[in-house]
Ligand binder design. Structure first.
Ligand code: ADP
Ligand code: ASP
Ligand code: MG
Length: 412
């Protein structure tokens, strides 16, 4: 008998009919002899709806109160699913994050899980109950409700699986696994049977929203067997694994990630002296803005242009700070650009292959796509391009790295 944690995402519990379908599925597993803990998200669209409501009161709603409100989405679905299970004769009980006691830090809207008390859940499992836990939420030491950031129910699922020493954590969603790239953008994307934690971590942090980054971090840290599956279609899904198989057929890259969430800022004509990067990025970081890519160029006249990217939500804030720095430093000008996108190729195969980056640049050049910034690490290459070319770039790279599915073998 296995203990399985099953997480169902927003679209999988998006209607009462779907919740009934989820209950059927959970019942089947349980009838097969497994112990099941279910984690659910809010109904699809609900978290956005709640955030919009708050924004009607204030552009920057107080984070503590925002958490009190957005956590209600999951409270609805846990109760509905528990009811649907009980209706089917399956003993079930629902718990909010607070009731389980999923203890987090106090960083509202992006809290981290510190500890999970598994006792209450263990008792229910022993008593034969299916336990339904609200994803995305926790409670801090002082009893304040917290949330874990968008997509946070994935992390609840994995963290619970780790705390309960579950045999597997299954993430059920609206695609049947992790693909070489978002199947909604590239029809020829292929499902991967396996992907390493390391690669999945890069994919997630570079924009593939199929799994929240922290969920992958947690699973890697505590060796939680993790699988992504379709909620309502049978199939093997994708296993996130520790082992890196060395095979001849190992592709050079495993996947392509992208995101449209960044904006670019350039400060031009600053004196090229020691400490420039600190003078520019110090105040940016003091304003709580996280910087992603950075490029510095030296001009002939001993001045430098300094470019970096930030999350689009932080753009206005960063621009203001930068304008202040520019006048202090006597810089020539500040330029901002929000119409950018970042495309990244990811794969452990890069370690053993040379020329991967140039193959990427060649593919983009063939499509006449200008590269504005580049950054590399051991298993990824990222470029910033004009946003309007994003889909073209992803498709071109998917083909160039031979990831396209054979005809007739695609997601739809
Ligand atoms: P859920 O509500 O179940 O958590 P999400 O919308 O958060 O679902 O994640 C699933 C979505 O992730 C898919 O519908 C797909 O469009 C997107 N996605 C992005 N990149 C990938 C990828 N590489 N493989 C699979 N899905 C991806
Ligand atoms: N409901 C939350 C969100 O939409 C958490 C989740 O679905 O994982 O981000
Ligand atoms: Mg999600």
């Amino acid at each position: 008998m296995a203990l399985i944690v099953q997480k169902f995402g927003g679209t999988s519990v998006g209607t009462v009919e779907r919740i009934e379908q989820v209950a059927e599925k959970v019942k089947k597993f349980r009838d097969g002899g497994d112990d099941i803990v279910v984690v659910v998200s809010a109904m699809s669209g609900e978290t956005n709806r709640l955030i919009d409501l708050a924004k009607q009161i204030s552009d920057q709603p107080v984070a503590r109160e925002l958490d009190v409100m957005v956590s209600t989405g999951e409270q609805v679905t846990i109760a509905l699913l528990a009811m649907a299970l009980i209706k089917r004769g399956v003993p079930a009980v629902s718990y909010t994050g607070n009731q389980v006691r999923i203890l987090t830090d106090s960083a509202h809207t992006k809290a981290r899980i510190l500890q999970i008390d598994g006792q209450r859940i263990q008792r229910d499992i022993k008593a034969g109950r299916v336990v339904v836990v609200a994803g995305f939420q926790g409670v801090d030491e002082k009893g304040n409700i917290t949330t874990l950031g968008r997509g946070g129910s994935d992390t609840t699922g994995v963290a619970l699986a780790a705390a309960l020493k579950a045999d597997e954590c299954q993430i059920y969603t609206d695609v049947d696994g992790v693909y070489t790239t978002d199947p909604r953008v590239v029809a020829k994307a292929q499902r991967l049977d396996k992907i390493t934690f390391e690669e999945m971590l890069e994919m997630a942090s570079l924009g593939s929203k199929v799994l929240q980054i922290r969920a992958v971090e947690f699973a890697g840290k505590y060796s939680v067997p993790l699988r992504v599956l379709h909620s309502f279609q049978e199939g093997p899904g994708t296993l996130i694994t520790l082992d890196e198989e060395e095979s001849m057929e190992q592709p050079i890259i495993s996947g392509i990630a992208f995101n449209r969430d960044e904006a670019k800022l350039t400060i031009r004509g600053v004196p090229d002296t020691p400490g420039v990067a600190f003078k520019i990025l110090g105040p940016i970081s003091a304003a709580n803005v996280e910087v992603d890519m950075i490029v510095q160029n030296v001009a002939h006249d001993n001045t430098t242009d300094f470019t970096f990217t930030v999350h689009r939500n932080d753009y206005n804030n960063a621009l203001q700070v930068l304008q202040g720095i520019a006048s202090e430093m006597g810089a020539r000008e500040v330029i901002g650009d929000t119409d950018i996108a970042k495309v990244s190729i990811v794969g452990v195969g890069m370690r053993s292959h040379a020329g991967v980056a140039s193959r990427m640049f060649e593919a983009l050049a063939k499509e006449n796509i200008n590269i504005q910034m580049i950054s590399t690490s051991e298993i990824k290459v990222s470029v910033v391009i004009e946003e309007k070319y994003l889909e073209l770039a992803v498709r071109a790279l998917h083909t160039a790295f031979e990831l396209d599915a054979p005809a007739g073998n695609t997601a739809e």
